[in-house]
Design a protein around this ligand. Sequence first.
Ligand code: C2E
Ligand code: MG
Ligand code: MG
Length: 551
Amino acid sequence: MDEIGVTRHKKVKPGVKRSTVARAVFATNVLLALVLIALVLIPESILQVDKEALKYMFLIGIGAMALCAVWLFRLQKVMLISPNEPVAESIIAPSEQEDDSDEQLGQLEYSDGLTGLGNRKRLVERFEKMVCAMENSADDESDKETEFAVGILNLDGMKAINEMFGRIGGDAILRQCALRLANAVDGEGLVTRFGGDEFAFIFADITSESDAEEKGRILLEILQAPFDFEGRQVRISGSFGFGIVPQVGKCFEAVYENLANALYHSKRIGRGRVTVFSSDIEEQILENAKIEQALRCAIVNTKVKPHFQPIISLQDGSLLGFEALARWNDPELGFVSPGKFIPLAEERGIIAPLTETLLRQAAAAATAWPDELFLSFNLSSMQIVDPTTAGTILSIIQQVGLDPKRLEIEVTETAIMSDPQTAAKVIEDLQQAGVSISMDDFGTGQSSLGRLRELKLDKVKIDRTFIMELGEDDAAVHIVRAILEMCAGLGLKVVAEGIEKLPQAEMLKRFGCHAAQGYLFGRAQNEHRTIAYIREYMGDEALEQAKRACG
Ligand code: C2E
Ligand code: MG
Ligand code: MG
């Protein structure tokens, strides 16, 4: 275990960093010794005091101060690591090859400046040594014993913390995290910081997927208790990607990629999770890599198309507008659901170009509709918290020639909650330009009612899970009525999603719901079929007018 262990005290060589207190004690000691020497040298006749008694007193003083210095020095290493101080000296072991003169340099090279934990270099070096040891014992029967676990942890919510407490607060909380993790790992493994809000671990004794999962869960629990900064408390969670070497790979770069994929998987299934790399996960990773490559091409070649689902007034049955829903039929992969490729595009950093091509196509299609019809467009969760979003949307619709008053942007509660301040700014900028904002899938996310009031939304879309149950479940009826009443009080319009049966539509109309969307009124259709739908619904005259208006 020593080979990889976080040997908190044994490997620390004294003299690396002394606290001010220990230095003061040391200085007092030197002073006392000088006085003692003076006592021995100065003749008794000059002093006119009991020189022998004084000598003993100073000797006892020097002894006491020496003990005190040793005790303080040890105590400082064991206990006096405040959450705001680097924890390096309690954790970092200098590299075995370093001689004493290179010690401090070695410490810096292998340590993370902010937290004092080991850094990436330290983990990689340790990893490579352990893989070497494993390969050397490959012929040995006890091969299994040289397997080990590696893991990466990414904190969820650090962006919001940095915004709330500023950079200094964010750094202090990162140090507290580091301290907790170091204490939790204590001698059983290596914990390092890879930069930002990412930490990495090696556990020599963990050789099974279940033990790795258990270890990840314990570490996440340790992070669950609130963190404190200047009397304010904050909670954070994290997501883990773990793997057992050699199953997860032997070359660090490949291992890191697999761990990052396992970590993505944790985030995708709901944060605060642990995913251990396995053959199943590997298969999913390969499939996602294939989808990602195909999606990148599809975006460039405008092969992802918006289809349009009608939204109908429940008060007078008129057609109000359409929601654009992304559709992608790949020649090799076949139909890929937006529920799959939108989150993947977010994860792989290609959501911005995807949104851009979809909005451009959808807005262009909407310019051919009668003026009174609106276009409702889904904004991905990442973009509602990106300050550049409003500018991008407005410039696209301006280029295409769609009046901002005809555009509605659908956002979700959960997306807004990840960074409410930026989301509020994006929403405000869009509204000022005349764009309306709808809260999509209402009732399924994690929002507060207060947020509804603060955000000054225009519309709420009740999620179809409630609508499906109408007529079959009393609770759903109460929830839908309560939402409608609350929205009426707040002056918000309401669209009910996922209406498939006539009685559902009739019930919602009776309750005062404004508009409806669902298979009962029509599925999402391509641009041309949508024109045919409009013609059927509104007659040729309306479309002719739109054509004339477009010039
Ligand atoms: P959403 O925005 O809540 O869209 C409504 C979903 O419900 C659509 O699924 C639609 O086809 C489906 N739906 C509509 N009426 C009915 C009904 O009567 N019964 C049933 N069972 N389903 C109905 P779809 O198209 O698979 O989209 C799923 C989600 O993917 C959307 O949920 C939206 O969150 C996301 N999405 C779709 N297109 C885009 C897009 O262009 N951009 C972004 N960012 N997200 C999109
Ligand atoms: Mg939607
Ligand atoms: Mg929805």
